[in-house]
Ligand binder design. Sequence first.
Ligand SMILES: Nc1nc2c(c(=O)[nH]1)N[C@H]1C(S)=C(S)[C@@H](COP(=O)(O)OP(=O)(O)OC[C@H]3O[C@@H](n4cnc5c(=O)[nH]c(N)nc54)[C@H](O)[C@@H]3O)O[C@H]1N2
Ligand SMILES: Nc1nc2c(c(=O)[nH]1)N[C@H]1C(S)=C(S)[C@@H](COP(=O)(O)OP(=O)(O)OC[C@H]3O[C@@H](n4cnc5c(=O)[nH]c(N)nc54)[C@H](O)[C@@H]3O)O[C@H]1N2
Ligand code: SF4
Ligand SMILES: [Mo]
Length: 894
Amino acid sequence: MRVSRRTFLKTALLGSAFLAGSKYFKKGFTEISRDEGIKYVRSTCSPNCTGACGFKAMVYRGRLVALIQAADYPEEEYNPRGCLRGQSMINLIYGPDRLKQPLIRVGKRGEGRFKAVSWDEALDYTATKLAEIMKKYGPESVASFIQVPGTGYVQKGALMRLSSMLGWSVIHAYTMNGDLPMFWPITFGVQTEELESLEWANSKYTLICGSNILWTRVPDAKFLHLSRERGGKIVVVDPNYSPTAAAADEWIQINPSTDAAFALGLAHVILSEGLYDENFVKTYTDLPLLVRLDNQKKLKAEEVAGLSAQAKAMKSRLPEYRECYVVYDVKAKRFVIPNPENLKRDFEPFLEGEIEVTLVDGKKVKVKPVFQLLKEEILANYSPEKVAQIISPSADRVKEYEEIVKRIGREIATIKPLHIVYGASNYQWYHGDLKGRAYSLLVALTGNLGKSGAGISTYAGQYRIRWPLGAWWQFKGKPLKWVSFLLWLNKEYRESEEFKKYNKETPYPPNDVKALVFGWGNPFDQHNLANRLREKALNGELELIVNFDFQMATSVAWSDVILPGVAWYEKYDLTATVLHPYVQLQQPAIEPLFQCMPEIWICKELAKRVAEKLGDDELKKEVREFYVNPELFDKEESARKKGEWNLRLAREIANQASLDAADLMLKTGGPLVEGITLEALKKGPVRLNLPAPGKRQLVFYEQIQEYKPFPPVSYPAPLPKTARFVKSGRIEFYKEEDVFIDLKETLPVHKDPIKDTEHKNMKEKYSLIYITRNRLYTVHSTHSNNITMLELQDFRPRIWIHPDTAKKRGIKEGDLVEIYNERGKVYAYAVLDPGIHPQIVTFEEGWWSRYLRGTSYNTLIYPWIKPTHIIYFVPGIWEASTCWNEAACEIKKA
Ligand SMILES: Nc1nc2c(c(=O)[nH]1)N[C@H]1C(S)=C(S)[C@@H](COP(=O)(O)OP(=O)(O)OC[C@H]3O[C@@H](n4cnc5c(=O)[nH]c(N)nc54)[C@H](O)[C@@H]3O)O[C@H]1N2
Ligand SMILES: Nc1nc2c(c(=O)[nH]1)N[C@H]1C(S)=C(S)[C@@H](COP(=O)(O)OP(=O)(O)OC[C@H]3O[C@@H](n4cnc5c(=O)[nH]c(N)nc54)[C@H](O)[C@@H]3O)O[C@H]1N2
Ligand code: SF4
Ligand SMILES: [Mo]
């Protein structure tokens, strides 16, 4: 390298100035002990990635200098966890986009022009606006949301506590993200269940259906390899040759969203060859329950002559969410009522055939067991021949696919334990619920639940509430008022006949949503479905937007006030993830940079100031209890009065308040966290007290091994809210609610993608499907601006397309391409990849608009709502969920 004399001199001068200024200069570098002033703090990395990897933060003179994998999990296999994103988090904390102080917008929304203001000014401004909106439209017209709680129960809980205290609406991010796999509540009555990743190594057969584990579970992917080393087989079902497919024993390329047909084809093999686990089916599922052929409803015991008295007596002893159904006992030769509260079986139900039953009114009706109906449906419509026609990507491979279906059907029925991983991208389609119901059928038919290495899992973000958090999340027990994100965005649907017909319980704020207060999310990139969020910001429908980010993400530019929060090495918090069932403590390694503040403090200040602006004396008194210990609140107020208040004091108090909140959640969290103390967590991770041996996270261990009824509880919803989804107490493959009958979805069936949605509106004009998979180099849009990660991507957003798709449109490798439909467009550079399905355009979500020439990849997507998803409303458990991939598009050279 050539250095000009002038540059050389300048550098040398700067260097010596630094040395002269350093107090260590006189001692000489060699005299400094390497350990002097170096400390390590155990914390966790915490974006919304399912990772929650333990890290040791190395701090030197108050500055974070390195992040080192903690490698201190009690199970050696779990060590170490981490990835390059987590290790280069320093790039964000000290990066050029880091927010420094509170901001108030001066330019137009989206423009990104702000004035820097003091905390007092920002908080008072926000509180005044919020109080005005609350008075004018009612408190529920302010909506807040946090992202996935598992990345931080304390600070995120503070925003929930604030929302509960002030009576705001709350949007559930899990459904906003499209992460709720609807087949879970439909089939099992739960939000989700899963195997922890350590258990993957115990599976002998892993069927990965549209989950890109090698990219999206970086620290867990090794357990797949471990499974293979131990003789397990890994099969990937994906329309695209994903990085995970490349690491598998076998890749089965299927047409987009044809998984239900594929799974039912496998079920065909299992049923027609008698390979199913009869005892499992009879004991744990609704397959033996009888269905009336006259009305397609399950036969209720109280309808049956001779059973109704017994049914009434039984029901009076059961919780009201249970229903008494009927099986025909072939040994006793009579109709009997299985106990929905105890699955231990003392009858021998018949599974196949048809019989007549006399009802209390003397009417005779024909009934069949669900098993019989299911078998008829599958034998008629899902033979390997028929399925091959649906799933095969080309006509000349149909015969080959027929053989594949037969072979895989036999393999999964005979090799145990079987684990199915049903990925988010795969269920994020309009009919994703049907696909999940079909995949669940496979684990039930083969008896692969409740055991080590067996089950079906969906891993999507750190959403899961592992134990009750209400003591902190609710202010004095005031329940949260939920509002559905998709209903908010989709006014047409809200006003449609279909909605009116099927919706019974989804609430909506009478005066609409007028203000948005959020943190830990970047919705103006990640969720601005069909530009609807941006529209609401631009046309003034949203009167106030308040954001807590710690860096200048796109949503900051769309906000009116920015109250800068802090990153995870600057505060205390509790974390937990679905992939390894540990509770961990985040501890501050450094003081927050600039004027950034822990979110708990921001929420406390907003609570106090909104109460004042509202002039509500009750609230003004109660707000002392926003921090668990009111003395901490008093301490800060008294310092303020004496003129002794400063940021450092407020942070110290906020840190103590954070620890108090964590302690409260552990002490009130019940058996799963019993005995887990902050003291223990300061040293390292502690496993949840799960019921399976070794405290392992297995799928429905207690239901299968101890005959407990379905569902287990899904926090925070109380059991009566969710148990009504599976009134039989069993795994349900037959759904009898009217909407399922109307849509012909009482049983799992295959329905083509796009047909019921896009092509109803846009006809066949857009023949490609736009899939936005998750990116290796970012966690959603977090790390979008990480210089290390950008370098690995040539600083370019890309789309992956099949060479034939490209050729037809005159697109060459590296060309700038416009991907568009009637709703929006986005730009990216073409990668020609023969592993991509010819009908698919794969874009990697998570790019900030600034890297996309101002376009947004989420403008192409529409907020579809399926009517089966609105018949109940339990936030984050049964409600409409975004389906990102149900989007048709076209591409051209830009
Ligand atoms: N690196 C990284 N990791 C992450 C995240 C991240 O942003 N970056 N985000 C985390 C979060 S919150 C989530 S929700 C998860 C999501 O993680 P995943 O569940 O792995 O989802 P994707 O990566 O979007 O898609 C996985 C695969 O689904 C395939 N697919 C799409 N449609 C279909 C279909 O119809 N059938 C089948 N069989 N396959 C299909 C795609 O081709 C793709 O290969 O990842 C988590 N982990
Ligand atoms: N088209 C399409 N869109 C998608 C998806 C898709 O597959 N396709 N996937 C969806 C899914 S599954 C998900 S989970 C969502 C994710 O969507 P988002 O949750 O909106 O994702 P991020 O971009 O990670 O947003 C996190 C933001 O919070 C900030 N942040 C991080 N930690 C902290 C903190 O401790 N304090 C504060 N104050 N701020 C913090 C970060 O700087 C960042 O701006 O995206 C969804 N959007
Ligand atoms: S980004 Fe995710 S996988 Fe990577 S270190 Fe952080 S938590 Fe772990
Ligand atoms: Mo997610």
